[in-house]
Ligand binder design. Structure first.
Ligand code: HEC
Length: 163
């Protein structure tokens, strides 16, 4: 696990520096049409991470290939830094009836961005564990990713509707 930690810290520090530079902002949508378009992209990005988590779960349970697991972890690692741009102001549940995005996202934007960074760090830690091929480390990193990476944001910023 030591290489994984070093890697995730390095990436975390890099991201923190990057975000500090660009911290001024949330995007803004110009029209309802634009809001719906971005919400659709966001939904696709989240669903593809959901699919990736299912692939990773199978692998953690001893099924599926290491190649598929690595690709799934990469999808999540690559999606994390793009998440802030998929949440411009005016695209939450107040504007879009189908959205599950709570308005607190824009009230506590720095905290939301930090949650996307945390996701990136945890995905990187899982990538490192997968590279090392250490099954205990993979299981731990997968659990941490789901609980604190995805769940850590959903618990505060997403209001899941009955479906
Ligand atoms: C930084 C916050 C954040 C992180 C991290 C995050 N999500 Fe989400 N997720 C949201 C929000 C907010 C919504 C609601 C979006 C909406 O409906 O407007 C959502 C919605 C979803 C949905 C429902 C999409 C739909 O349209 O049906 C899925 C599935 C999902 N997330 C999976 C994941 C998985 C899996 C991870 C981790 C790999 C993850 N999310 C990480 C904030 C986050």
């Amino acid at each position: 696990m030591r290489p994984a930690r070093t890697l995730s810290w390095t990436i975390g520090a890099g991201l923190a520096a990057f975000v500090a530079l660009g911290a001024s902002g949330q995007g803004q949508v110009a029209s309802e049409e634009e809001a719906m378009e971005v919400a659709e992209k966001r939904s696709e990005a989240m669903k593809s991470m959901g699919q990736s988590m299912r692939t990773l779960k199978r692998f953690a349970e001893g099924r599926g290939s290491a190649e598929d697991a690595a690709a799934a972890a990469t999808v999540i690692a690559d999606t994390a830094p793009a998440l802030p741009s998929l949440f411009p102001a005016g695209t939450g549940m107040a504007a879009l009836p189908d959205s599950e995005s709570k308005e607190v996202i824009w009230e506590e934007w720095d905290d939301f961005v930090a949650a996307t960074e945390r996701l990136g760090e945890k995905a990187a830690a899982l990538q490192a564990a997968l590279d090392a091929g250490d099954s205990g480390g993979i299981g731990a990193a997968f659990g941490d990713l789901g609980k604190n990476g995805c769940g850590g944001c959903h618990s505060k910023f997403r209001e899941k509707r009955d479906s």
